[in-house]
Design a binder for this molecule. Sequence first.
Ligand SMILES: [Zn+2]
Ligand SMILES: [Zn+2]
Length: 281
Amino acid sequence: MRFGFHISIAGGFSKVVERATALGCESIQLFSRNPRGWKYGPLDVDDVAQFRRDVEAAGIGPVVVHMPYLPNLAHSKGEHFKKSVDSLIDDLKRCRELGAQYLVTHVGKRMDSTEEEGVQSVVKALNTACKKVRNSVLVLLENTAGQGSEIGYTFHHIQEIIGNVDEPERVGVCFDTSHGFEAGYNVSTKVGLSKMLKEFDERIGLERLRVLHLNDSKTPLGSRVDRHWHIGQGEIGLEGFRRIVNHPKLKHLPGIMETPKKEEGDDERNMKTIRRLVGKR
Ligand SMILES: [Zn+2]
Ligand SMILES: [Zn+2]
């Protein structure tokens, strides 16, 4: 498994690879802009060129872009829907410029609409964006914990979305272990992991699974509360992650950690922990 972290773009893209290699990343995830606002400027050509050279030289791949926090694709009645779809369009273009293969987006919040309406909104958003941007970047729908009005916490929702878009070949999935666990998929046990993979394959198809978010969960199975935690120190635990990173159906994937960065050395410790699990059965 090619391990990596979500890396900060503070100070520009030309700072990213240095941070990533210092942590031993083989794959990376980043934002294409400030994730907490709607306003942003175009990408700086020189900065991006340096980033792409650095990625190439360091042998990092894949490069994954994560959508910012504000866009919500699952509520087409909302005032932000058009802005959200425009964000998706822009990020698809920016992925191409940055040399990223994947754009990860949370499925979204249905707000005051039904789950079915939420699913249809995401379909509409994906169709609009894929029609507008013709490139090879794959949009990856990330499963959610099902917190609040989030949809995408069951594989059924994701199946419905991919089954109804005009260009399903342009959509894949990013599976977040903590969100899955919090939504009720018990990936901490051998039986639970197999069951999850079986259902994924039946509903979505394992070939659509392109990225793993490796996060332990601070909250219990089925809590529907999204709290990422350090690898091995949460409810999924070391044994759970040992099975995940060595699983024959998963070990070829990039495994990106979005674990807390609160104390000095947190990332280093998580990387060390996850690497120690590889190959041990
Ligand atoms: Zn995630
Ligand atoms: Zn999360």
